[in-house]
Design a protein around this ligand. Structure first.
Ligand SMILES: [Zn+2]
Ligand SMILES: [Zn+2]
Length: 212
């Protein structure tokens, strides 16, 4: 079973997720820790829970989701896993950071690219990489069928959807991604978004004004 722990980091209020299992092995998704104190908060949780981080994943590579990539990769000896189509987004993130007055050191290690539909295993648990572009050119949503949740990045929010005005964004593509990749999941599937509170597929089908 995977337990989902979330943190809200940076002035952009991004949700960082640690998923961990009964063997204390963990995956870190979208580490948005910007300030040193936030990096400590993340590391302290991992220490306190005696977790071993085995994987570092990004749903997509907008700056708020990648601030802590370098810290996590170096501290735990991990290789960043993203969809190849997000590499150019990651390369642009430091310039974007300067525009937002939030300079940071970008991840500069190797990549382990994730293909759409790929199943990522952590012991007895797995995440399926659903291809959900539209907010970002190659956003992935990580679906765990067994425990009924998806880590969706900035694709779908509680009663809202991701912005589509950034490079590589497209509204029709985003709506299509939500309808064909997320709204086909069981209604009680929890959606852990990149910002804001957790929601469910069923709740968004009934209450999301962008998808009615
Ligand atoms: Zn984003
Ligand atoms: Zn975001």
């Amino acid at each position: 079973m995977l337990t989902v722990k979330s943190f809200e980091f940076s002035p952009i209020q991004e949700n960082t997720y640690i998923l961990y299992n009964e063997f204390n092995n963990a995956m870190i998704i979208d580490p948005g820790c910007y300030f040193d104190g936030e990096k400590e908060t993340l590391a302290d949780f991992i220490d306190k829970m005696k977790l071993t981080p085995k994987m570092l994943l990004n749903t997509h590579c907008h700056l708020d989701h990648v601030f802590g990539n370098k810290f996590v990769a170096e501290k735990y000896g991990l290789t960043l896993r993203i969809h190849e189509g997000e590499k150019k987004v990651l390369e642009f993130a430091p310039a974007s950071g300067l525009m937002y007055n939030m300079p940071f050191d970008n991840y500069n290690g190797a990549f382990d690219f994730i293909k759409e539909g790929e199943v990522i295993d952590l012991d007895n648990d797995s995440l399926e990489a659903l291809f959900t572009p539209g907010h970002s050119p190659a956003s992935l949503s990580f679906y765990n069928k067994k425990d009924g949740f998806v880590i969706g990045g900035d694709v779908l929010f509680r009663q809202s959807i991701g912005r589509t005005d950034l490079p590589g964004g497209d509204l029709d593509t985003l709506i299509e991604s939500i309808r064909t990749q997320l709204f086909v999941l069981p209604d009680d599937t929890k959606v852990f978004s990149g910002h804001g509170p957790v929601t469910t597929v069923g709740y968004e089908k009934r209450n999301n004004p962008f998808l009615m």
